[in-house]
Write a protein that binds this ligand. Structure first.
Ligand code: GDP
Ligand code: MG
Length: 447
């Protein structure tokens, strides 16, 4: 999916990284690359020009404190692309029971398949889901949904003998009431005509849909804008699901076209399988295209500071909860290059609120050399498990390394605190953040 776009955007990033400095020539080259990449992904020319003009305009300014011009260029690129695709995105809030989603769209765009995917998605998240087919247009339509329901263990209803969709709805209204989430699959047509509009309005009025989701296949490309507009005006669409992004190079066109309309993309379909559905978050999406997470600043710096293998090892250790002295040393060295640990933590979502002991955050400037000496006098066993350090061992190490016992104790204390810190990050539900961060670091380093 998006292989071409990914490749070309990443090669632009590489150009930035490899450049000696950011000058007009580089900026022109990068914006031209971005234009070409987006046009190839079927994005509308006018939109592309607006986007690159904005990027150029912003990069003219001074970078924020602490960011190099290169970092800034990457950041601007990332932010503008993300806002181009819808910015923060619009998550569906399931805030009542039953919550009703209605899928609308033209023939063959993936409504029924997506109904099944959504059912599975929300079932996995603990909701009691039911599906209903109001597609009385095609004889086999209800059967297709019932089959999907069986496959994923979600109750599905439909009545192939009934011609009026609203009657189908009435027939199963008791079953629908009991659910947390009701997913209504509707019939399509070849084009949006009065008959379809009328039918969708009647269904929507009857079910009082909380979300009316337009299901649209990505191969419409830029045509997505017109389609979204028409459906929006006639059926009150609250969101869009772009399907078949796995099978076309035009996905960029469809996604950016939707961002222009007032109907945000809420999910994307990325394959025929039942779990090939993703919530659409523009920032994460662009992060993935560019090969980095939404922690772009941190990662750009981290890239210089930690090598890929180190990051992998560290991740393993952090997740296991053991954290040796050697890790501490590596960590301190890396943090020195990256900037204060406190700043780094601020950049990780959800970590700003943690009560982290101040001492644990202080990078011990000038201590690294002393620590290196101390550590070279310690046995492997001691390095791996500093808890075993007792006064006798401390004295031995201090003598052997030509340092003071207080230095050795300080190192032990620092280790204990850092270990506690990482335990805390683990224990406070932030393990996922940590995992995410590490994954993204790796992703970025593999570029
Ligand atoms: P409907 O007429 O809108 O209900 O469309 P269907 O759900 O019956 O889907 C039409 C075809 O598109 C089926 O062959 C699906 O397997 C396929 N399809 C749906 N979503 C996706 C997707 O995200 N990727 C791919 N590759 N195929 C999809
Ligand atoms: Mg269908």
């Amino acid at each position: 999916m998006f292989d071409k776009l990914t490749d070309s955007l990443r090669s632009s990033l590489k150009k930035i990284r490899d450049a000696v400095f950011v000058d007009d020539q580089l900026i022109n080259e990068i914006t031209r690359d971005v234009q070409r990449s987006l046009l190839q992904a079927d994005v509308n020319v006018k939109l592309v020009m607006q986007l690159t003009a904005r990027i150029k305009e912003r990069i003219k300014g001074e970078p924020p404190k602490g960011l190099s011009k290169k970092d800034y260029l990457v950041t601007v690129l990332y932010e503008e692309l993300a806002s181009f695709l819808g910015g923060e995105g619009a998550k569906i809030q399931i805030n009542k029971k039953p919550f009703t989603m209605m899928l609308v769209g033209l023939f063959g765009n993936g409504k029924t398949t997506t109904a099944g995917k959504l059912a599975k998605y929300y079932q996995k998240r603990g909701l009691k889901v039911v599906m209903l087919s109001t597609d009385t247009w095609r004889p086999a339509a209800a059967e297709q949904l019932l089959q999907l329901g069986k496959q994923i263990g979600v109750p599905a209803y439909g009545d192939p003998s009934q011609k009026d969709p609203v009657k189908v709805l009435k027939k199963f209204s008791e079953e629908l009431k009991k659910a947390d989430l009701v997913i209504i699959d509707t019939a399509g047509r070849d084009a949006l005509n009065d008959e379809l509009i009328e039918e969708l309005k009647r269904i929507s009025d009857a079910v009082k849909a909380d979300e009316v989701l337009l299901v649209m296949a990505a191969d419409v490309g830029q045509g997505a804008e017109q389609q979204a507009k028409t459906f929006n005006e006639t059926c009150g669409v609250t969101g869009v699901i772009i399907t078949k992004l796995d099978g076309t190079a035009k996905g960029g066109g469809a996604l950016s076209a939707c961002a222009v309309t007032k109907a945000p993309v809420k999910f994307i379909g990325v394959g025929e399988k039942i779990d090939a559905l993703e919530e659409f978050k523009p920032k994460n999406f662009v992060g993935r295209l560019l090969g980095m997470g939404d922690l772009e600043t941190l990662l750009e710096k981290a890239h210089e500071a930690i090598s890929e293998d180190d990051a992998k090892d560290l991740q393993k250790k952090l997740l296991k909860g053991d954290f040796t002295l050697i890790d501490l040393y590596d960590q301190m060295e890396a943090m020195q290059k990256m900037g204060p640990l406190g700043k780094v933590m601020e950049m990780i979502p959800g970590m700003g609120q943690l009560q982290i002991p101040k001492e644990a955050l202080k990078v011990q400037e000038g201590k690294l050399v002393t620590w290196k000496h101390i550590m070279s006098s310690m046995t492997k066993e001691e390095l791996e498990d500093p808890e075993i350090m007792n006064p006798k061992r401390i004295s031995r190490v201090a003598n052997g390394s030509g340092t003071k016992e207080s230095d050795v104790r300080e190192l032990m204390k620092q280790h204990k605190q850092s270990k506690k810190l990482f335990k805390m990050l683990k224990g406070r539900g932030s393990e996922k953040d940590m995992q995410k961060m590490m994954k993204k670091m790796q992703g970025m380093m593999q570029r």
